[in-house]
Design a protein around this ligand. Structure first.
Ligand SMILES: NC(=O)c1ccc[n+]([C@@H]2O[C@H](COP(=O)([O-])OP(=O)(O)OC[C@H]3O[C@@H](n4cnc5c(N)ncnc54)[C@H](O)[C@@H]3O)[C@@H](O)[C@H]2O)c1
Length: 246
């Protein structure tokens, strides 16, 4: 199943995994709408895709805010008439030991990573269900499965996203819509490098493959789920690494 001429909304596409996914989907012939809170970053990615001959637009949006998400989805539908693929890669990951976590740190991470995911997938899900087709790929995390001492708020948000992924798959399957989560494992992005309290090199050495993934490699799995895989796979949480404890 090709993604040629599909409409893809890619969040968090100013950086990292979302950025790599936006480039790859555009290269494969999709119309890509980039959404991020970083306006300059989103515009740069959009300009670079267009300069390479791809089709892209961009929108600034705080993906933790329901009203901004509603406007984003409304704009996408007004401009493209449909959303075939949603790649939701916007998210934050900020270290704080569990017992030192403030109310504000907890709420901010849950607001962006979990509340925003619900608002976005509900609004996009309504449009996809009404049309009878679509696929969603949500960037989740191994920490949402295994927990974390220094990222309990992040782990809780990602665990919530995993449960939401499965609920969306159950609710939307009969409407022709598939929904999958992707735990990318340690991937070389500003988020991963900035969030690690241990040195990056020590984390890489501890990895079972002894290396971090590249965003471009994770984008290949996103492409698979956006196309062929998304036709018959739903409610799955794909990972990239076997785990041997935190
Ligand atoms: N990199 C990793 O090792 C790793 C591991 C597990 C999960 N993930 C998940 O993958 C996704 C992408 O992460 P990444 O590593 O590419 O990070 P990144 O920091 O490179 O990119 C995240 C993007 O999200 C945007 N963003 C943050 N808050 C936002 C908001 N409120 N509204 C709109 N945009 C917002 C940022 O501006 C940025 O462009 C995240 O959900 C992250 O939790 C990453």
């Amino acid at each position: 199943m090709s993604i040629q001429n599909k409409v893809a909304l890619v969040t968090g596409a100013a950086s990292g995994i979302g950025r790599a996914a936006a480039f790859l989907l555009a290269r494969e012939g999709a119309d890509v709408l980039i959404a991020d809170s970083d306006a300059a970053g989103a515009q740069n990615v959009c300009d670079a895709i267009v300069a390479q001959g791809g089709r892209a637009g961009w929108a600034v949006c705080d993906l933790g805010e329901a009203d901004q998400i509603r406007s984003l989805v409304g704009r996408a539908l007004a401009q493209y008439e449909r959303i075939d693929v949603l790649v939701h890669a916007a998210g934050i990951c900020r270290a704080a030991p569990l017992l030192d976590l403030s109310d504000e740190q907890w709420r901010e991470t849950l607001r962006i990573n979990l509340d925003g995911t619900f608002f976005l997938t509900r609004d996009v899900g309504r449009a996809m269900a009404a049309r009878g087709s679509g696929t969603m790929i949500l960037l989740t995390s191994d920490r949402g499965v295994y927990g974390s001492i220094d990222y309990a708020h992040y782990a809780a948000s990602k665990g919530g996203m995993i449960a939401l992924t499965r609920s969306l798959a159950l609710a939307l399957g009969k409407h022709g819509v598939t929904v999958n989560g992707l735990n990318p494992g340690m991937t070389d992005t500003p988020l991963a490098r900035g969030a690690n309290p241990l040195s990056w090199d020590a984390k890489v050495a501890a990895d079972v493959l002894g290396k971090a993934s590249l965003p471009e490699e994770i984008a290949q799995t996103i492409l698979f789920l956006a196309g062929t895989g998304g036709a018959y796979t739903t409610g799955q949480i794909l990972g990239t690494r076997i785990r041997h404890g935190q």
